[in-house]
Design a protein around this ligand. Structure first.
Ligand SMILES: C[S@@+](CC[C@H](N)C(=O)[O-])C[C@H]1O[C@@H](n2cnc3c(N)ncnc32)[C@H](O)[C@@H]1O
Length: 221
């Protein structure tokens, strides 16, 4: 089988995206596994994960690496966090903030199996609820689909992100204002974010996700 390592820990196997499975034989959402030359991989579906969609759309830099400390806001049942957990490996950590108790139940199960994922039942607007568990991190990943999504990112970056750290934000225009064109909303939010971050890369995620802009940024203040 033809395997290309697109980024460290992120592979294309015969053209399909995959990561190395950190926990052998454990699946998070019924994804397919493949064992090749003694290594088990998990296929990473761009329709289930915006980070996978961004890689397929041409992401040039992958700030998440082996050993990275990642704060993940809006972890839901842990699908994308689990792929990040594969990439950061045993030396890294993924702090998973989620405020919906129903999603948290599924997330807890995934975190029990994956020692580098830590569940935090908390509102991402209230950083004091998880400030003691989370120290400085290298990356903040946010996918909360809320009207104040950029404020949530700025607040968390000011508290947790190391200077020069990376922020990844999936902007959902429909959560901000359904009556406006997505482009108009993206411009407004990017204008606010530019005061705190250098915008490095932006990708619209269609056809994988409708009305979403995936933004990679570097923290400047
Ligand atoms: C689109 S889903 C995230 C999907 C997940 N990122 C993935 O790719 O597997 C958004 C999640 O954010 C959570 N959420 C929304 N607002 C939040 C907040 N203020 N604090 C914590 N979690 C929040 C929702 O409960 C939901 O589970």
């Amino acid at each position: 089988m033809k395997i290309e390592e697109k980024f460290k820990g992120v592979f294309f196997i015969e053209g399909r995206l995959a990561t190395r499975n950190l926990v052998k034989d454990f699946k998070v959402h019924g994804e397919r596994l493949a064992s090749i030359e003694g290594v088990q991989y998990r296929y990473w579906d761009p329709y289930r994960s915006k980070l996978a969609a961004a890689v397929i759309k041409g992401m040039k830099e992958m700030p998440i690496k082996a050993g990275s400390r990642v704060l993940y806001l809006g972890a839901a049942a842990g699908v994308t966090p689990s792929f990040i957990s594969d990439i950061v490996g045993e030396r890294g950590v993924v702090y998973c903030v989620e405020f919906a108790p129903r999603s948290m139940r599924d997330l807890l199960y995934v975190c029990e199996k994956r020692g580098n994922m830590l569940p935090l039942l908390a509102d991402a607007r209230k950083t004091e609820q998880y400030g003691e568990e989370v120290g400085k991190v290298d990356i903040i990943y946010e996918d909360v689909a809320q009207p104040d999504q950029e404020d949530i990112m700025i607040k968390n970056a000011q508290k947790f992100l190391r200077r020069g750290g990376y922020a990844i934000l999936a902007i959902k225009s429909q959560s901000v204002d359904v009556t406006k064109q997505p482009k108009e909303i993206y411009e407004k939010l990017l204008g606010r974010l530019e005061k705190h971050f250098e915008i490095l890369e932006c990708y619209e995620l269609s056809p994988f996700d409708k009305d979403h802009l995936f933004v990679l940024m570097k923290y400047t203040q």
